[in-house]
Design a protein around this ligand. Structure first.
Ligand code: ZN
Length: 114
């Protein structure tokens, strides 16, 4: 069971976009690394909202950051789950709940995630 899933809200803890909250659009396994694709909504000079995609590619010891139009990976170690109850980035645990189902939960408040 993966700790992060598609459409999870995550908080960026490192890099250029530290402090931003995104939804995971896609998770890809790429031999060595996980990539989490994220988009950020920003306002341009005219006040129009547009989506910018962020690219955070981590390869071995070298890091590159850049913007591209589509597909923007961010390394999974740079994000944490955003708990809506705690309003904080939290660690995700995995447990068997009282219905004998394997679930993910917030290690801070104990809330179970879908
Ligand atoms: Zn929580």
């Amino acid at each position: 069971m993966q700790k992060l899933k598609k459409w999870d809200k995550v908080y960026v803890i490192a890099g250029k976009f530290k402090g931003a909250i995104f939804e995971i659009e896609k998770i890809k396994w790429d031999k060595v690394y996980w990539y989490i694709e994220i988009k950020k909504k920003i306002k341009d000079e005219d006040g129009n909202e547009k989506e910018v995609v962020i690219n955070n590619l981590v390869k071995r010891a070298v890091k590159w950051y850049w913007f591209i139009e589509k597909k923007s990976p961010i390394h999974r170690s740079n994000v944490m789950y955003w708990c809506e109850d705690c309003k904080k980035p939290v660690r995700v645990g995995i447990k068997i709940n009282d219905k004998w189902k394997k679930v993910r939960y917030c290690k801070k408040c104990g809330k179970e995630f879908i």
